[in-house]
Design a protein around this ligand. Structure first.
Ligand code: ACO
Length: 332
């Protein structure tokens, strides 16, 4: 039943993750390209990343993360009324990965769609689902971020191939009596889209023998320019969303950021005036940058490890290609 006269609070009822088994370590990369473990660790904080199997697409990982999130929420797939998948590595252009996920969950009828917001996709997805729950239109929503970046990585380009990994994280959202998603700040700047892109395969540069030979189907990134934007924009998004609630760094119990580079996260901690070791959740060292899935897996692991307790104030903060950014404050 739709009830759009009332406003509800949206909480995260359960989270889940799926990481492929195969680990690609920095030592493995040393054998593939001209790099060193020392360079990768000091410049990025990454020690290893996961690589999905050939037969594992984004929706295969998504369904596994979603099933864990549903179990942790104490719900079944048939309870879900909305499915949003954040991905830049969908199974295919269409049908959407969200529709594939819906089918794999064994449900039909409920709306399902993908969002393409790169690394900010999970935060955007939570913010979108929040609107549907708050309005009373839906009771339960599933937001999944699933990425198989290994398929769009140029394994000869040492400046990017050391960074990315595969994985999936999910959240079930529903009504709560108090707390939940307290404030949202989203943004984008299309004028800087060229800093991080996958040029070919779309209507601008359709797939051809030449695009494949020129490796135009892989991630192209201007890392050091992007780095400066990431530091500035992640801090601005964090300050904007916390200001909406009159919160300061000391009021935040834990920051769950997108995991692109440990140096970006240390700079964020400094801007927020918090101790990075105590208040910034970090798992980049074991998974690398999984785009939208990074913050989804980070939130899941922070919950699993007991780093998030009932009543805690959580700041989620992401930045990615587009450019896009998004921050949320959640009272757990
Ligand atoms: N191993 C060894 N040397 C390397 C490697 C490598 N893997 N990669 C680059 N280098 C070299 C470069 O060739 C360069 O050498 P040179 O000085 O002789 O020319 C030197 O290291 C420095 O290169 P920079 O690119 O300037 O290195 P930087 O310190 O900027 O680190 C990095 C690169 C890690 C990519 C960093 O710029 C970064 O993290 N950028 C931000 C990424 C980001 O935020 N992405 C957004 C989200 S991702 C998404 O939306 C999918």
């Amino acid at each position: 039943m739709n009830n759009i006269e009332k406003t509800f609070r949206t909480g995260i009822l359960g989270v889940g993750k799926y990481l492929p088994e195969r680990r690609l370590t920095n030592a493995d990369l040393e054998k593939m390209i001209d790099t060193t473990d020392e360079w990768i660790v000091t410049r990025t904080g990454i020690k290893e990343r996961r690589i999905a199997r050939d037969d594992e697409a984004a929706s295969d990982m998504a369904v596994k993360a979603a099933q864990v999130a549903l179990k942790n929420a104490g719900l079944e797939a048939k309870d879900i009324e909305l499915i949003i998948v954040a991905t830049i590595t969908p199974d295919m252009f269409f049908p959407s990965t969200a529709c594939q996920l819906q089918y794999k969950l064994g449900i039909t009828g409920v709306p399902a769609f993908d969002i393409s917001v790169a690394c900010s996709g999970y935060v955007y997805g939570l913010a979108i689902a929040d609107q549907f729950i708050k309005s009373g239109l839906y009771k339960y929503a599933l937001v999944v971020a699933s990425e198989k970046l290994s398929t769009v990585t140029d394994w000869d380009d040492r400046s990017t191939c050391v960074l990315f990994g595969d994985g999936s994280g999910a959240a079930v959202l529903g009504r709560v009596d108090d707390g939940g998603i307290m404030a949202v700040s989203l943004g984008a700047d299309g004028s800087k889209g060229n800093l991080l892109q996958l040029p070919a395969g779309g209507s601008r540069m359709p797939a051809s023998k030449k695009t494949v030979e020129d490796k135009q189907h892989t991630i192209k990134m201007e890392g050091n320019v992007l780095f400066k934007h990431a530091v500035k924009i992640m801090a601005e998004a964090a300050l904007d969303v916390t200001a909406k609630l009159g919160l300061k760094g000391e009021d935040i119990d834990i920051i769950i950021p997108h995991q692109a580079n440990i140096r970006i996260l240390n700079a964020l901690a400094q801007r927020m005036g918090v101790d990075p070791d105590k208040k910034v959740y970090l798992n980049i060292y074991k998974y690398g940058n999984m785009s939208a899935a990074s913050s989804a897996v980070a939130l899941t692991e922070a919950v699993e490890e007991g780093r998030i307790k009932k009543g805690d104030t959580i700041l989620m903060d992401a930045f990615g290609g587009g450019l896009t950014w998004g921050a949320l404050v959640i009272k757990w």
